[in-house]
Design a protein around this ligand. Sequence first.
Ligand code: ZN
Length: 318
Amino acid sequence: MDELLGIHHVTAVTGQARENVDFYTETLGLRLVKKTVNQDVTSTYHLFYGDEVGHPGTEMTFFDWPDVPHHIAGKGDVTAISFMVPDRAALVWWTDRFAREGVRAGAIEERYERAVVPFLDPEGQRLELVAGGPSHATPWKESPVPEEFQLGGFGAVTLTVDTLMPTAKFLTDILGFRQSGEYKFPDNPSRKAVVFSSGPGGLGTEVHVEERPDLPASQVGIGGVHHVAFRTPDDVQHRQWQQFLMQHGVAVTPVIDRYYFRSIYFREPGGVLFEIATDGPGFTADEDVSQLGQHLSLPPFLEPRREEIEKQLQPLEV
Ligand code: ZN
């Protein structure tokens, strides 16, 4: 099987679905490409944001879990999610926008020879914009953000773990990443991250790992990440990954059909939940591109329960 193609999606937790939609669509300018329910807890939304069609590599997704506690940051955690923008001029534009809209954001800083702007969503989700990188995203014409400044998919995810080596070995020896560099954090040079990449390499494929034994263990909750998924092109290679992980003693789930893609889940040694997902069939499996995200989508096995499910959900329209 081929190397993993890069980041597929990142799934995080929100306690305020309506505000979440506002921020990711109105402020960040992503398209809500799918409004469905958590397949295991059907009284809660699973929201997907992305480019015009929600291409793999652009999908930021949220479980709407209003009753869970707030996320506790620490080790075994995804501590940053970066989105690519074309260049430094775009970062300047975004910095102004964040200031106008009251988004908590830092100034432009240099990291790993790239310009980066860290910012937070309204629930404290740790996000970044990074300049440069090849965008595979299709612009969303109805976005409030002009095309030249739109987010071009994920750049990298940063993991924070107790001990670097087990996670590093897992990434390289099992998942086929290569170690491609390291950098110090500009605001605190005693902190360092090691960069791993896969497939084509560079932004879109990178996992940054910071070793922080001093931190408490993290806990999944509102404002935190649930898991990170990586891309494999098709079902054949997806099954091969499942077999390969099992043969290497990784506790991996069976292949699960998420309808818009197939999934397998496993935990890396530092405690972060990983997924490998197929590129297809994608979000146009049950809706036309022009209609994406406008209505509640249910996978066929939940369709018979639509009426009951819709009654339990809080409407998202303002
Ligand atoms: Zn997932």
